[in-house]
Ligand binder design. Structure first.
Ligand code: ATP
Length: 367
């Protein structure tokens, strides 16, 4: 529905986006009601692109169409897009109901129609009892729900969310992320979510487009993105802290953390490991010579962080100069810096551990 073609946006001399092509949700079923995340690091141009779609920035080249119609000559308020920013931007002196009904009044809805629709969307965002509360007496999470209700009230054709959770604390973000995703799906509104947080993108979106330096580098469902990031930069941005090269033969690459199914043609492949891709546990059998054991690498725990999901450890090589994660393919450049892994319960600094891959959590990098 939304198509961005060859778009260029500059602030004075500073070109932020140049020749950008994008069809959010193009590769997935049900794109008409899907949530697409626009995910990228700070400053890559996500908000600029969103603002261009909303009509708040004017592209100096290219075009943006919705349902086949060029938006260039359509001002923001006539695009019928709902927008929610990081800080909600509610009118502080007015009640929740007045805020939510604002766009409907502007569109000339009748009083009774406004009252009914306001009640309906406040129900949708689970705040039916707050209609008469002044907007400046809301918590941060409530304010963002009200901002969402206000954006959804006029039944927009497209909803644009620009880091809607960024100003909230972690606990609230996690809960509200799932709630917002549910609410926008209930409302049947196609949605673009700008975020720099890949977990948030995975929780909320059906489809994720990764943006880097003003360009879209990959679009895929979250699962595909984790499994097959398009390049090493994307793999690292998505949380891989160790990247190694290995030789894949018959679709399988032996590594010093065990065999990984790559499904790739014979040749060198690059594999990305998140802490969750590796398990650091007891050395299985001291009788086995670790140098000959191809299913795991032995190292020494250098740091432990105890997270709710279990210990996160950093394991250094126990033989100086022979890195963890070396394989035939990259033996010339051992990763002497060690690896992040999930540790077994009770693991402590100084323990010798065997580091083993959890194969289905390893990313196979490249197109
Ligand atoms: N109004 C503006 N005037 C001049 N430069 C701007 C303006 N808005 C953004 N920029 C610059 O454009 C670049 C992209 O900014 P943008 O806000 O689009 O990035 P972003 O990916 O959304 O980042 P963040 O997640 O930090 O908001 C940055 O270098 C920023 O400094």
């Amino acid at each position: 529905m939304l198509v961005v073609e060859g778009v260029r946006v500059a602030y004075g001399e500073d070109v932020v986006i140049d020749g950008l092509d994008w069809r959010p949700g193009a590769g997935i079923d049900g794109a008409a009601t899907a949530v697409t995340a626009l995910l990228g690091p700070s400053g890559c141009g996500k908000s600029t692109l969103l603002r261009a779609i909303a009509g708040l920035e004017k592209p100096s080249a290219g075009r943006i169409t919705f349902g086949g119609r060029d938006l260039a000559d359509l001002p923001t308020h006539r695009r019928d897009f709902g927008v929610v920013f990081q800080d909600g931007q509610l009118f502080p002196g007015r009640t929740v109901a007045a805020n939510v009904g604002y766009g409907l009044r502007m569109r000339g809805w009748s009083r009774s129609a406004i009252r009914d629709r306001v009640a309906e969307v406040l129900e949708l965002v689970s705040l039916p009892d707050l209609a008469d509360r002044p907007a400046d007496e809301l918590s941060g999470g409530q304010a963002q729900r009200v901002a969402l209700a206000r954006a959804l009230a006029p039944r927009p054709r497209l909803l644009l969310l620009d880091e809607p959770l960024a100003a909230l604390d972690r606990r609230l973000r996690d809960r509200l992320a799932a709630d917002i995703a549910h609410i926008v799906r209930e409302s049947g509104t196609p949605t673009i979510l700008v975020t720099h947080d890949h977990t948030e993108a995975a929780v909320m979106a059906d489809d994720v487009s990764v943006m880097r330096d003003g360009a879209i580098v990959q679009s895929a469902a979250p699962m595909m993105l984790w499994r097959n990031p398009v390049d090493e930069w994307t793999a690292r941005f998505l949380g891989c802290t160790t990247v190694i090269a290995a030789e894949s033969v018959g679709g399988v690459a032996p590594t010093s953390f065990g065999e990984i199914v790559t499904g790739r043609a014979d040749g060198i492949v690059h594999l990305g490991f998140r802490p969750e891709s590796l398990r650091a546990g007891a050395v299985p059998d001291e009788g086995v010579d670790p140098a000959r054991d191809r299913s795991s690498s032995v190292g020494v725990v250098a740091r432990v962080a105890v997270l709710p999901s279990g210990p996160r450890v950093y394991v250094e090589p126990d033989v100086v100069g022979v890195g963890l994660g070396t394989s035939g393919a990259d033996a010339g450049a051992p990763d002497v810096h060690g690896v992040d892994a999930i540790g077994d319960e009770g693991v402590a600094v100084g323990d010798r551990v065997a580091v083993t891959a959890i194969p289905e959590r390893v990313a196979v990098i490249g197109p």
